[in-house]
Design a protein around this ligand. Structure first.
Ligand code: GLV
Ligand code: MG
Length: 317
């Protein structure tokens, strides 16, 4: 996990709005996705393809991961979205996001189309990744095959709004606590997505929270997937960016502690440290499993550019 790029905040930007495309470049999101799907009216889609190509080729995105969300394969738009965007700006684009993925075949179809466009345009074959959105019951029952459908898969993303519609959920407030249900109504779905993503070794991303003015509620909902191990969440508004970056990073204390465990365990297992398989770090017993847990936290912290604020000193012998 250590070398994964940070995707704590993934900013949604409608491709039909050049002003929003420009503004997104200056925001502190780890990733942007330029949308041709549900944030673009059907009549605006052809113009949005052109705006997106222009915005990508113009540059100015810094270190952000640049993704374009195309329309799903049941529409008449997908192939043209991909041909126009990747043909026009393939060198300046990192991933294609495929919404409403129903099965592995839909991922493979996109993979083949990408390969042809890359060849036709002299681009490196296989560089452009695929982000798969799970937002229907059908997608969820096939999520394991979807995760393994192509080497291009980089993330599995939960799409709560479409998902709630797909399963007839009795709420309109996406992600909010329902007054009739004390738990997290999405726990099962989030866990299935997380298992598929981790088994495949890719990132798990939580979807949007639509009450964009209520950052407090955004934080509560984000914490539910962050605590499970999700890598990030969509942000729909500049006000949600900082909250996502914070919630999907380890705390400074946890990050420092993880680095300390790695150093302490390294030392304990060394010749000088007595070749011990388990050791005490303060009041805590650490062993190989502690090292694995610490690697996850340290990996997330390093990917987010965190700096440690303490160092390890081997105990006097
Ligand atoms: C995102 O696409 C969602 O449907 O929640
Ligand atoms: Mg959706």
């Amino acid at each position: 996990m250590a070398e994964l790029r940070s995707r704590r905040s993934n900013l949604a930007v409608p491709g039909s709005n050049p002003r929003f495309l420009e503004k997104a470049k200056g925001l502190g999101a780890d990733q942007v996705f330029l949308d041709l799907e549900d944030a673009c009216a059907p009549l605006a889609k052809p113009g949005a393809r052109k705006n997106i190509v222009a915005a990508l080729n113009e540059g100015g995105w810094g270190e952000k991961i640049r993704t374009v969300r195309v329309n799903d394969w049941t529409t008449e738009w997908t192939f043209q979205d991909v041909i126009e965007v990747v043909g026009g700006a393939g060198a300046n684009l990192d991933c294609i996001m495929l919404p409403k993925v129903a099965d592995a075949g839909q991922v493979q179809a996109l993979d083949m189309l990408l390969t042809q466009i890359e060849k036709a345009n002299g681009l490196e074959v296989g560089r452009i990744g695929i982000e798969a959105q799970i937002e229907t019951a059908q997608g969820l029952i096939n999520v394991n095959q979807i995760a393994f459908a192509s080497p291009r898969i980089e993330t599995i993303i939960f799409g709560p709004a479409d998902f709630m519609a797909s399963i007839n959920m009795k709420s309109l407030v996406v992600g909010a606590l329902h007054p009739d249900y004390a738990g997290d109504p999405f726990h099962y779905i989030l866990m299935q997505i997380l298992m598929a993503a981790r088994a495949r070794g890719v990132q798990a991303i939580d979807g949007p929270f639509l009450q964009v003015r209520d950052v407090g509620a955004f934080r509560e909902v984000a914490k539910r997937s962050a605590v499970l191990g999700f890598d990030g969440k969509w942000v729909l508004h500049p006000g949600q960016v900082d909250a996502a970056n914070e919630i999907y990073s380890p705390s400074q204390e946890d990050y420092d502690h993880a680095e300390l465990i790695l150093d302490a365990y390294d030392w304990a297992t060394s010749e000088a440290g007595g070749k011990k398989g388990s050791a005490m770090l303060g009041d805590e017993m650490i062993d190989e499993a502690s090292r694995k847990m610490a690697l996850v936290i340290a990996g997330k912290g390093r990917a987010a550019g965190m700096q440690r604020t303490s160092t390890f000193t081997p105990p006097e012998s």
